[in-house]
Design a protein around this ligand. Structure first.
Ligand code: IPT
Length: 979
């Protein structure tokens, strides 16, 4: 294993100060201080470049998240029993380190079973030849699991908040384990003991499916609870509805009460654990998509967009869910053979941060929510139900919470019923320590408003506001408060003073009225652009009040600078702001020319990504800084014009191919699940029994025909989602078959029947290629992951009087080296067993050796007719010289991207500089655009793209045009590393 000096140095660096993690029914507490963990899920393994992990983590931080949840994928790190690799793209230690550096809590989810739409739910290939009963206390299973836990726990243990090494705050045992019989309970107890023995000291939790009361902490009093060795209770929920046109798209759901407003009962998990904080381990931030769909990611992003987030996540917060993890916040790419049968390559998920690492519109609404959670954390972290409020309109429901310690009220105004989308006015009577008030506003469309009353903002007292709080900060002598509301909706904000303050409206229209009896300053306005009011006197520190409409509000950013909190207004993304010796250094991404308005601690000079900015002081005490420059133009090679070379693969089909070095498929024992076991008396053909787990596998079978007639061959095979089989007899292509798709759970096994006609007496050879497009998951703990892949059984019959079976002697060949990993850089999920892969045709070749590497390759056009049935390769080399200091996300696209699928039948494995970045299937779809992260593509140097194209060889099934396209370009980004 490569030793990475930086990681080693970090791992052995002196530790920080250990902090205690405690909890009660309200929240977690870190060293006695309450926290709301506002977290988003990302998967380092779905972004094969650690430098970009920082990009995503910084974007999340900028969106107001203070936490990140990581799954750790066992199979990503382990090619063989006892062999683990945490280097390069698999260096998850760096992910933990970055989270700490960016000030993000980490929720660690290590499985061993994680599901996550991964092949085998995250099990390593070698678990598919292991007959142990998974997710139970089967000692064979636990021995395997212990290997993984020892490795991954050692890394996590040195990054825990509890020992000062990092920010890991909670640790998940297992994943949605819905079975609670003793053997499963004993497994959970084993995992817990093992993790503690490995030094994990943060609280344990498990994520129950739905809201089932499974694995509640010991001591739970509810009669229906199924306790386990957990400290916290958590659950998963996906209330977002469906964009799947095949499965009747469902409309907006009603937001469920998953916390203290929920009703008790056997399905109310959260209420089964009354002593622990509300904890949603996964709340839908989108949904995954499957082979053959019409492509749902953009629809999902819209449907689970800003309205959904406000209604559903708002309902979670008001339900006192104080540990909240959005699955996914950035989905990424199931590159190589990562993905399970239920997904294609893109795992975009319709998440706030799209697969190309851009912020979707919904991300900006998430930022408003995130900034609010950070500002009002202490209020949200300790709420109880307040007296019920009856709004004047029955069409609006008002939740009412109180933080007794702070005397603050939190209201959530939502449609009633909760899926309402009309325009509704509401007004409600609220009694606070500041007096009795009528709070009136309106909801428009799918929306909810979270309002505060009797709330202390720095040195100011908010009596109430019908605007929502975004943030507040101390700016030396004065306070700055940012409130926001929907465009052109009126707002009312009431502030408390000892005497009449002076109100100066600097921008916008704000009416003010002093109510001397109550000591209230009443401000009335319409949310329109940005109104600014300076309020001074009245016995308080002066305040700058900023009142933003929705689109303006979404352009605000805030960070700690080291010299205090700063606030900016800009269309650019602001990742970080630091003030050192009077110099403000901003870092971020600019997608267009513009400027930045800055509030907060004083500075004399400012820069954006190191570029000095000219400063103009503004009347409200802010500074306008610019210019911030957008990206330069990006020139890309035209793929159709590049010199492509081509080479036929599938030599295994030829009768004379030398397979003497292949393993004999003659084993009698199989780990396959019952219905995919070999037939009685037959050897197993399952690829995993021979140590080949991912991608393509070849079989060659010899038999002797005795002059029988009407030979018929039936092959039963397993190949995951959209997998396929191709068959040759004596070098002649006999046919191919693909698994049925077009629904979220596709066929994963099927059979092909071939009439071979009359075969001459003597020896014949059958050659078979199976593309294993992933192993099943094991979500139901029924060992579904052990369903066989590759050939399962073969039957050849001939007629000579009666039909009789002809025995076949098989040999098998898969990925080079099998479990003995050859490509240590790209790891266990990069390659299958195509001949070309075994020969390294997918790898970039040094330019100096180009002539040598091109031997056997002939010039060809991308769209030329395939040379023959089977697989052929197309390869090209090209240079990129993209502007420096930019983040430019490119992609490969195939054919007409406005259509989910085409008439042509072909499929392509896409290798970029040797990395398997996914699979395009023309006639199945829907994915036609494949994100290739920078670092995999060299933005300033040589690149090799190699496409392994598989088809039936017909001219009509030639490849469509392939293009290199730009998905997103900004000036900025993070420092890149090449992989
Ligand atoms: C839940 C899983 O825990 C997670 O790994 C992922 O598969 C997610 O769903 C869906 O993307 S389980 C499911 C039954 C909700």
């Amino acid at each position: 294993m490569a030793v990475e000096p930086a990681a080693l140095a970090a791992a052995t660096a002196p530790k920080g100060r250990p902090q205690a993690v405690a909890w009660d029914r309200y929240s977690l507490k870190v060293d006695g201080k309450r926290v709301v963990v506002w977290s988003g899920e990302i998967h380092p393994f779905r972004l094969p470049n650690p430098a970009l992990w920082r990009d995503v983590i910084q974007k999340m931080k900028a969106l107001g998240f203070n936490g990140v949840a990581f799954y750790f994928d066992w199979g990503y790190h382990s090619p063989a029993p006892g062999v683990y690799d945490f280097s390069g793209v698999r260096n998850v230690e760096r992910a933990l380190q970055m989270a700490k550096e960016e000030g993000m809590y980490v929720i660690a989810r290590t499985g061993p079973y994680i599901n996550s739409e991964l092949s085998g739910g995250g099990y390593p290939g070698w678990m598919f030849r292991n007959s142990a009963e998974a997710r139970t206390d089967d000692p064979v299973y636990l021995a395997a699991v212990d290997e993984w836990m020892t490795q991954v726990n050692a890394i996590i243990a040195r990054h825990q908040i509890t020992d000062g090494g990092g920010n890991v705050i909670a640790y998940q045992l297992e994943n949605e384990l819905g079975k609670v019989e003793p053997k499963h309970v004993r497994q959970m107890e084993h995992l817990a003991r093992k993790a503690r023995a490995d030094g994990i000291s943060v609280p344990f939790f498990h994520n129950s499916a739905g809201r089932l009361p499974d694995w509640t902490p010991k001591g739970s009093t509810a009669p229906w609870a199924n306790p386990g060795p957990t400290d916290l209770y958590a659950f998963d929920g996906y209330p977002g509805g469906s964009c799947d046109v095949h499965a009747n798209p469902s409309g907006a759901n009603k937001a469920p009460d998953w916390g203290m407003y929920g009703s008790a009962g056997p399905k109310a998990g959260a209420l089964s654990s009354p002593g622990t904080p509300g904890f949603v381990a996964e709340v839908g931030g989108g949904w995954f998509d499957y082979w053959g769909s019409n492509g749902t990611y953009n629809c999902t992003a819209e449907r689970q967009g800003k309205g959904y987030q406000r209604v559903f996540y708002g309902t979670n917060l008001i339900n006192r869910i104080t540990i909240h993890n959005v699955y996914m916040t950035f989905g990424g790419t199931s590159w190589g053979w990562l993905g399970g049968p239920v997904v294609y390559t893109s795992y975009d998920y319709g998440a706030a941060i799209s697969e190309d690492r851009g912020l979707r519109p919904k991300a900006y609404a998430l930022k408003q929510q995130g900034m609010f959670v950070q500002a009002a954390e202490q209020v949200l972290a300790e709420m109880d139900k307040g007296p019920e409020l009856a709004p004047a309109s029955g069409k609006v429901k008002i939740y009412h919470n109180v933080n007794r310690r702070l005397g603050t009220h939190v209201l959530l105004a939502a449609h009633n019923p909760g899926d309402g989308k009309g325009e509704e006015r509401f007004s409600v009577q609220l009694a606070t320590r500041d007096g009795q008030y009528t709070i009136a506003s309106r909801l428009r469309g799918q929306d909810a408003h979270m309002l505060l009353a009797s709330y202390d903002m720095e040195r100011q007292r908010l009596v109430y506001s019908t605007s929502e709080l975004q943030t507040h900060l101390r700016d030396g002598e004065r306070d700055i408060v940012l409130l926001h509301g929907r465009d052109l909706v009126e707002g009312e904000t009431v502030l408390r003073y000892a005497g009449a303050p002076t109100v100066e409206v600097l921008a916008g229209r704000v009416k003010s009225r002093w109510d001397a009896d109550k000591g209230d300053l009443v401000l009335n306005y319409v949310h329109d652009g940005l109104a600014r009011a300076r309020i001074s006197g009245g016995g308080r520190a002066p305040m700058l009040l900023l009142l933003a409409d929705e689109k303006t509000s979404m352009r605000f950013w805030t960070q700690e600078t080291g010299a205090g909190r700063a606030l900016q207004l800009t269309a650019a993304l602001v990742r970080s702001a630091a003030i050192d010796a009077g110099k403000l250094a901003l870092r971020g991404d600019a997608g267009e020319d513009g400027d930045i308005e800055i509030w907060g601690p004083a500075f004399e000079a400012a820069s954006f990504n190191g570029q000095p900015l000219a400063l103009t002081r503004q009347p409200d005490g802010s500074t306008r800084a610019g210019p911030v420059k957008g990206p330069e133009a990006v020139g890309l090679p035209e793929f159709g014009r590049l010199a492509w070379k081509r080479r036929m693969d599938s030599p295994e089909a030829a009768p004379g191919f030398d397979d003497s070095g292949w393993a004999k498929a003659d084993r009698r024992r199989s780990a396959a699940q019952t219905w995919t076991m070999p037939e009685r008396g037959q050897p197993t053909l399952s690829m995993s029994d021979y140590g080949f787990h991912h991608g393509d596998v070849w079989y060659r079978g010899r038999f002797t025909a005795t002059g029988g007639k009407a030979s018929a061959l039936e092959l039963f095979y397993g190949a995951g989602g959209a997998g396929m089989i191709q068959v040759w007899i004596d070098g002649r292509f006999a046919g191919q078959h693909e698994l049925d798709v077009g629904r979220s759970f596709p066929e994963t096994t099927d059979s092909i029947k071939l009439q071979l006609g009359d075969l001459a007496p003597g020896e014949h050879v059958i050659a078979v290629m199976v593309r294993n497009n992933s192993h099943n998951w094991n979500l139901m703990a029924d060992d579904f992951h052990r369903e066989a892949r590759g050939l399962i059984s073969a039957s050849l019959t001939q007629r000579g009087g009666q039909r009789f079976a002809v025995p076949i002697a098989w040999r098998i060949q898969g990925r080079q080296g099998g479990e003995d990993l050859v490509d240590r850089v790209r790891g266990p999920i990069n390659n299958g067993g195509l001949y070309g892969e075994r020969e390294g045709w997918h790898l970039p070749s040094p330019v100096a050796d180009a002539a040598q590497a091109d031997r056997g390759w002939k010039p060809a056009g991308i769209t030329d007719a395939p040379p023959a049935p089977g697989t052929f390769w197309l390869r090209t080399r090209f240079k990129l010289d993209l502007p420096r200091g930019h983040d430019i996300q490119l992609a490969l696209s195939f054919g007409d991207t406005s259509k989910a699928r085409s008439e042509r039948e072909n499929r392509v494995l896409i290798f970029v500089n040797g990395w398997n970045m996914g699979q395009f299937i023309a006639h199945i779809g829907p994915q036609r655009t494949f994100v290739i992260p920078p670092g995999i593509l060299n933005p300033n140097g040589e690149n090799t793209v190699a496409l392994a194209v598989t088809s039936d060889g017909k001219a009509a099934n030639a490849l469509e045009p392939v293009k290199l396209v730009k998905l997103r370009a900004v000036r900025g980004g993070v420092d890149l590393e090449m992989r």
